[in-house]
Design a protein around this ligand. Structure first.
Ligand SMILES: [Zn+2]
Length: 253
């Protein structure tokens, strides 16, 4: 039955002898056929069509079980149209509608340095910084945007050259795991003054060695997504006397 169209009623003469087949023929020739089915909506936009309500409900329940990011935005709309839509089965519908939740994990949750308040940030670092890369700011320093995000994230393609924002001595270069820089992946740490240390995290490769002196503007690493990272970006962190401070007070502002 589910493949048969649903028909609107229409009047037939009573004084004519007829049979079911004849009625069926008259209805199909003179009436308009409507198909009843269901649309599953995401954010009020029809995305997939299924043949019956049970399937629509099943799709939504499965998406909720899978913790799909759009679980709260899904809906079911009853359709009553003169043409059939292209129907999808439950599994296909679930796959098409599923949206992964953003699973970004901030590396600094594992490091435990204190973020100092804006008020105690020095107006003059004692060094003038240049931008290590050009790119799009994808996450700001934690005080304003994200809890305990101790740097500034700048998204750029893998392999983009990272320049030293300030001159200094490389106090660490390489995979930070087990060296006090877990989560940063390949990281370069440059000490510029007795108070100022700059970290460049998640690099695809490093182009300087621990102990080396680097000049401002020198290419010290390449952008990547190593360590705890969800995509290619530079994590640019400035520490002043050991505490992370907001890089946008000095650069990218
Ligand atoms: Zn970051």
């Amino acid at each position: 039955m589910k493949d048969l169209p649903v028909y609107t009623s229409c009047l037939l003469k009573r004084n004519v002898e007829t049979n079911d087949d004849e009625i069926f023929d008259k209805v199909t020739s003179s009436g308009t056929a409507y198909y009843k089915y269901y649309a599953i909506t995401n954010n009020n936009t029809e995305k997939v069509y299924v043949e019956n309500f049970q399937e629509a409900e099943e799709v939504i329940n499965k998406l909720k079980e899978k913790n799909s990011a759009n679980s709260d935005k899904l809906g079911i709309v009853e359709k009553y149209e003169t043409a059939k839509a292209e129907f999808k089965d439950v599994e296909t519908s679930v796959n098409e509608l599923y949206e992964k939740k953003n699973t970004y994990v901030d590396p600094y949750k594992y490091i435990g340095k204190t973020v100092i308040s804006e008020a105690s940030v020095p107006t003059n670092l004692g060094v003038t910084l240049i931008r290590p890369i050009s790119g799009i700011i994808s996450s700001r320093f934690g005080i304003r945007a994200r809890d305990n995000h101790k740097g500034l994230d700048i998204a750029a393609p893998k392999g983009t050259a990272i320049k030293a924002a300030a001159a200094g001595k490389v106090i660490f270069s390489g995979n930070g795991a087990g060296h006090g820089y877990s989560g940063y992946g390949n990281v370069v740490v440059v000490q510029s003054t007795s108070s100022v240390v700059i970290l460049y995290g998640h690099c695809s490769e490093v182009n300087c060695r621990t102990g080396e002196e680097v000049a401002q503007g020198q290419i010290i690493a390449k952008v990547g997504s190593t360590g705890i990272s969800s995509g290619n970006h530079l994590h640019f962190e400035i520490r002043y006397n050991g505490s992370a401070i907001n890089p946008q007070n000095y650069v990218y502002n």
